[in-house]
Write a protein that binds this ligand. Sequence first.
Ligand SMILES: Nc1ncnc2c1ncn2[C@@H]1O[C@H](COP(=O)(O)OP(=O)(O)OP(=O)(O)O)[C@@H](O)[C@H]1O
Ligand SMILES: [Mg+2]
Length: 360
Amino acid sequence: MAITDTAVVEKVKANEENLVLQVKDLHTSFFTDSGEVQAVNGVSFNLGKGKILGVVGESGSGKSVTAYSIMQILAETGRVVGGEILYKGENILKYDKKQMDDFRGDKCSIIFQDPMTSLNPTFTIGWQLREALRLHTKYKTKQAANERSIELLKMVGVNEPEARIKQYPFELSGGMRQRVMIAMALACEPDILIADEPTTALDVTIQAQILELMKDLQKQLGMAIILVTHDLGVIASMCDEIIVMYGGRVCERGTADDIFYRPCHEYTKGLLRSIPNVSNMKEKLIPIGGTPINMLAMPKGCAFCPRCDNALKICLTEKPDEMEMPDGHYAACWLNVKKAYEEEAAGNERGTRVHEEVNA
Ligand SMILES: Nc1ncnc2c1ncn2[C@@H]1O[C@H](COP(=O)(O)OP(=O)(O)OP(=O)(O)O)[C@@H](O)[C@H]1O
Ligand SMILES: [Mg+2]
C-alpha cells in the first residue's frame, strides 16, 4: 500500500472510532553526557473525542515526557526515537514547523503545574489573553479580543474579570493564576487539553474547585483532556480511562473501576495500598518499597521487578506485553499470565483463551 493510502486509512479509522489522539509505541529518549535516558519506552493509548484520560504514576515514570512528546516541547537533548502520535489519524511527528505551530496553537493546549511557566510576568493578563486570541481565533480586533478575554475569565471563575485583565500575574493568588492559565489554554478552543499536574501546587479546596471546573468545561466545550497526576485519588471521579505508568511504560490501563477495584498489576496494587481509600481506611498505609528505577540502565525484564514482592523468574529477563484482562482492561504483568495458565489447568475457559492469546 502506498504511503498516502496508509495515511488515508488512518484518518478514516480515527474518524470512525471517534479518536482524537492515538499514541502508538512511543519511545522518547534524552541524550545526556551520562548516556541515553530512555524516559518513555513504548507507550500506547487512545483518546476519544471529549473523553478524559488520566495518566498516573510516581515521580519519574515518564508522564510529563509523554505529554511533552505530544506537544513537541521536549528539552533540547530530548527526541522521540520511535512510534507514532496521530491527531485525528495524522502523524504529527511528520508535521513541519508551521503545521506543528498550528497544532499547538489551535488543536492542543497544555497547562502546567506552575502557572508562571505559561504566564509571562511582564505583561498584563489581558494582554496575554488578547494575544492568544488574536493569533489563534476569530477575535482579531482589540475590542473583540478584550470582550472574549473577559468571557473566558468568567468561564473559569475569575471574579471581577474587568479589573483582572489589567493586572499582572504576580498580583493574583496561586488559584487565580491557575484559572487564568486554564483560560489561556481554552482561548484557542482546543480539541485536546493536556493538564500536567494542574493542581499539585494548590491547597486541597482550590484543587477540588479547579478539577471540578475542568470537568465542567470539558462537558461544555466537548474537548478531550489528558490529566497527568501522581495522585490516583484526584482522578478517580473524573476519568473515563486511566493509564498507570511505571518506568516509561504503561503497566495497566482501564476504567477507574478496573484500576481501583480490580487492579491487575503489582505496581497499581502497591499504589492503591499507599493512598487512603474506602477499603483501607482502617489499615496502615503501606508505601511501595525500594527506589524508582535508574532510567540510564533500564532492567532487561519488567521495570517493576526489583520492587515487586511477587516477582517470577521470567520477570527478571523478559518484559511482559500488555494482556487483556476482560473488557478493555489491560495489564502488563507476568503474574497474570501465570494465573491464566493455572486457570487453564483448572479447566477455566477464560484461562484457556488468555493462554492461547499469550502464545499466539
Ligand atoms: N531534560 C531531561 N534530561 C534528561 N532526563 C530527563 C529530562 N527530562 C526528563 N528526564 C527523565 O525522564 C524520566 C521521566 O521524567 P518525567 O518528567 O516524564 O517524569 P514524571 O512522571 O512527569 O514525574 P513527576 O511526577 O515528578 O513530574 C525521568 O527519569 C527524568 O529524569
Ligand atoms: Mg511530571
